[in-house]
Design a protein around this ligand. Structure first.
Ligand code: SAM
Length: 261
């Protein structure tokens, strides 16, 4: 198994589809949250782990030609073509030098939970904000998602994929710790909003996850964790149009770096 977030060559196509589905499912809420910050013409924004790139370009449209967006990812292959005021950088948020400073808004969705160095990264992001600038982080709490009743053997695979031992670098409940961490680091105007939804096969809100399950099955087969019969049954379950499961709780945590006196 991998020891951090990575996409092997034979998983490229599935990752691209998954990122697009994630964007389709989550963008309406993310856009509304960004708008609620009062994101304004002329602002400078940083989008971390930009994935399919729809939010980088949305920020670019919001801030207009006098504003700018730096969009970063360790894998820029899946980013849609950036619009004129968006600069796409191949950049590792853990190790690489600051991609700029004094940002008005820094946004990251579903990125920090994958980074073992998430708390150090949080400190870096705060440093890159201008005084008074907004940090907007979207992360999850998967406890209800994991514990809900599910048909077997899918339920076993579902719980395994969310087991800390399966992906030890990941902290899928990081969303719930964020508000306190931001308060400890001196940020102000902290607020939290949450959302969960019904996940069904054939809908973007479900398929971003069911694709991840599909991608994981060959790894579980290779590791001898499941056999062919169980894998076939899981595939049937996650394609069954009558399946409805509760999504992870998605949390948007916002906070501001204190303004200078
Ligand atoms: C689950 S995807 C989320 C993509 C996008 N933020 C979204 O919500 O649609 C996680 C993204 O973080 C990127 N990523 C992982 N580690 C990173 C790092 N160290 N620095 C920057 N980006 C990273 C991945 O390449 C991937 O695009």
């Amino acid at each position: 198994m991998a020891d951090r977030y990575e996409v092997s060559d034979d998983e490229t196509e599935i990752e691209q589809r998954r990122l697009r589905l994630l964007a389709e499912a989550r963008d309406p809420w993310t856009r509304a949250t960004i708008d609620s910050l009062g994101t304004a013409v002329g602002w400078r924004c940083l989008e971390i782990g930009a994935g399919a790139g729809s939010i980088s370009n949305y920020l670019g449209e919001r801030v207009g030609p006098h504003g700018s967006v730096v969009a970063t990812d360790i894998d820029t292959r899946f980013h849609e073509p950036p619009i004129a005021n968006v600069t796409l950088l191949h950049h590792d948020v853990v190790r690489d030098p600051a991609p700029g400073r004094d940002f008005d808004v820094i946004h990251a969705r579903a990125v920090l939970q994958h980074l073992p160095e998430r708390e150090t990264v949080l400190a870096r992001l705060i440093e890159w904000l201008r005084p008074g600038g907004w940090l907007l982080i979207e992360e999850t709490d998967v406890r209800a998602f994991v514990e809900q009743p599910l048909p077997e053997p899918y339920g076993t695979v579902h719980r395994l994929m969310n087991d800390p031992a399966f992906t030890p670098w990941r902290e899928p409940n990081f969303g719930t710790r964020l508000a306190a961490l931001l308060g400890d680091r001196g940020l102000v105007d902290i607020d939290v909003e949450g959302q969960a939804w019904a996940m069904r096969p054939g809908e973007p809100g479900g398929d971003w996850w069911f694709l991840a399950v599909q991608r994981t099955l060959p790894r579980l087969l290779a590791a001898g964790v499941i056999d062919d019969v169980a894998a076939a049954s899981v595939r049937d379950t996650i394609a069954d149009p009558s399946l409805v499961i509760v999504s992870p709780l998605s949390l948007a945590i916002r906070a501001r770096r204190p303004a200078l006196d």
